[in-house]
Ligand binder design. Sequence first.
Ligand SMILES: *Cc1c(COP(=O)(O)O)cnc(C)c1O
Length: 484
Amino acid sequence: MKFQEQPSDILARLSELRDADAPTHGGRVLSYVYDSGVPELDELAAAAIRMVQPVNGLDPTTFTSVAVMEREVVAFARDMLGGDSSVVGTVTTGGTESCLLAVKTARDNWAGEGTPRLLAPVTVHAAFHKAAHYFGLELDLVPVLSDGIVDADVMIERLGPDVALVVVSAPSYPHAAIDPIAVIAAAAASQGIDCHVDACIGGWVLPFWKDLEPWDFRVEGVTSMSADLHKFGYAPKGISVLLTRGRDRQRAQYFATTRWPGYPVVNSTMLGSKSAGALAAGWALTRALGRDGLAELAASCARSTSFLVDLIEFIEGLRVVGSPVGPLMAIATDESVPEDRRVDPHHWADQVRTHGWMLQLQPGLAQQFGVTLPHTTHLTVTPVTERVMPELASALMTAASEVRGMAPISPADARDSLPDELLESLTEPLDSEAALRVLMEVGLVSKDSEGLPEKMAPFLALITAMPAPVTERLLTELIARTVE
Ligand SMILES: *Cc1c(COP(=O)(O)O)cnc(C)c1O
């Protein structure tokens, strides 16, 4: 067959496109990507993906390799997370899908009347907002204290017969806080309410963390858990595990229908036809690493995390929020020092970026009945971090000294910087043209450049300044236009 474009040219073009991406290896991006720092693991994952490339993961009876790999990955995760033989599970395409399915399953098992409620600390991952939205649950968010941890008593007070699921995190993404899982799960169990532990980020690393109270299936009231292999399992994107205590509870996760003129449909997860690539890669990695390999990589993460926590505490004007559990942390301004010695975490993140390192900016949150959570900068530490620590530490310190004393951009200032007509236009529902005009006005979209501007601090301030529905509409437009 004659191709309209030669494979070598196509791949050259792809390589050019990839060069413009943020670097996925080498530890320069401290979120999104999880680099084990072991190239053989990436090679193994690639080879495994290649071998199952044409397989359809839809049907494990036709493609039996899928059943075997899934069974073995689930078994590995179950043993690692303290589950016994009553714990069953499925491999999903990622953390969001695991969380969505946990909520859908709980909703379908819930025997109450009216609208079911999803109860969680305000720090619970946004995937649960999405789940409540998709599956028609009321989202009941409980404020957290300034260290990012929820008060167990407040959570327990809000339990009731309309609660279909309580969610706690191990740890939470925004602050790396581990919720009081044992107390909350026990209280939920005593009222017959299901309790999900979101260990999407912690699931493959906390089993090897020192000195933790039980936080997994060893806690009796825990009825389901999510743990992403495409985070600290170092697998390529597209694989997570959802474990559920009790076969009967888990069966509600499935969708089956024979009421159409095609093949009988049985889906354990949300997709129909699906790739077996990430499953094969994740499966191969768990076999190569085993518990000892995972423990070794976790130990490297732990050393780097503790070094970075100390470093941040040492940098005048910055502080770590709470006491992070796991290889991630949130960094805020240290307000105990005079204003001219403070470091704003967003100016700092922007400055760190000029030195070639990408940190993630997180907005503050005014909780309805609680403390205001400060805006922070997020760092996820991976095994490769240890290798680049001297350069990273020096960039973090230098950047701090470069922005020390620079006042944060207040949300009010960000708002006032917008022209009056523009502010007025934001009170009306925005259509895609109006939303685009706003984005161009504030400089988030420009005709001649891809990606976001260099400085993110002003935009984060703007995000906080505007009502959430407006920001959400604008960000939707931003991403849609980026792809268009
Ligand atoms: C990453 C994450 C998720 C969502 O996972 P995706 O893989 O990004 O879909 C959910 N919960 C927590 C705590 C996470 O860190």
